[in-house]
Write a protein that binds this ligand. Structure first.
Ligand SMILES: O=C(O)[C@@H](CO)OP(=O)(O)O
Length: 248
């Protein structure tokens, strides 16, 4: 059975501080590194032998992948980094505390910014130093493709061509692939894999560093999906992610 494991990075420093992150290149927290170690050990115990891995241009994902491969003694496998797996760009919300933002604009508005399918936060201005057009890592990408903000729909339009043209075809050559990315870039991929509606995807929250396995048949159709870990613990981690944007 062909398998792709999706893994959200471990807790980042801004996850800990409950700040909108998006394309901000924030490092893992100590807890995030420990979560990555645990994910790597789980994947090793479950007998995974990834042939290839994919990640984003953002260090919280890259470092999570490095730790996982180290725990699996598979540092040697080919790894591809792509901006297309980056997190949803959070525009002007980047850097703001989620709970403070809910105090100011209300839980409903923050829910729309975080979880609606097609509403994007206000874009970064053209002259904002955080605008991706100033970042050398994106120099080879046409400016028109670089976001200043994104809805989940925009994120899907960026990730899915890569999924369909690069990741899925690689399953023909490898039995198991690992994709380490972000809460929303992975939600968009999961939405497509499972045929989740635009409305229902709003209620789906991905915890940090819990391996999510997808099994594929020979025609590369997705036949089964499951998290590795204790279901009650995973449900409570998902609920905690949902609550990050509420006044509390
Ligand atoms: O801030 C972000 O970039 C994302 C992921 O951490 O947050 P949210 O869960 O609010 O979409």
């Amino acid at each position: 059975m062909k398998k792709i494991v999706l893994l959200r990075h471990g807790e980042s420093v801004w996850n800990r501080e409950n700040r909108f992150t998006g394309w901000t290149d924030v490092d893992l927290s100590e807890k995030g590194v420990a979560e990555a170690v645990k994910a790597g050990e789980t994947l090793r115990k479950e007998g995974f032998h990834f042939g290839r891995a994919y990640t984003s241009y953002l260090k919280r994902a890259v470092k999570t992948l490095d730790v996982v491969l180290d725990r699996m003694d598979r540092d040697w496998i080919p790894v591809t980094k792509t901006w297309r797996l980056n997190e949803k760009h959070y525009g002007m919300l980047q850097g703001l505390n989620k709970r403070d933002t809910a105090e100011k604009y209300g839980d409903e508005q923050v829910y729309v910014w975080r979880r609606s399918y097609d509403v994007a936060p206000a874009p970064l201005p053209e002259d904002d130093p955080r605008n991706p057009r100033f970042d050398p890592r994106y120099a080879g990408i046409p400016d028109a493709a670089l976001p200043r903000t994104e809805s989940l729909k925009d994120t899907v339009a960026r990730t899915m061509p890569y999924w369909e043209c690069e990741i899925l075809p690689a399953l023909a050559r490898h039995d198991e692939l690992l994709v380490v990315a972000h809460g929303n870039s992975l939600r968009g991929i999961i939405k497509n894999l499972k045929g989740i509606s635009d409305e229902a995807i709003s209620e789906f929250n991905l915890p940090t560093a819990v391996p999510y396995v997808f099994e594929f048949d020979e025609g590369l159709g997705c036949v089964k999906d499951y998290f590795l870990g204790d279901p009650a613990e995973i449900a409570s981690l998902m609920e905690a992610v949902a609550n990050q944007g509420r006044r509390g």
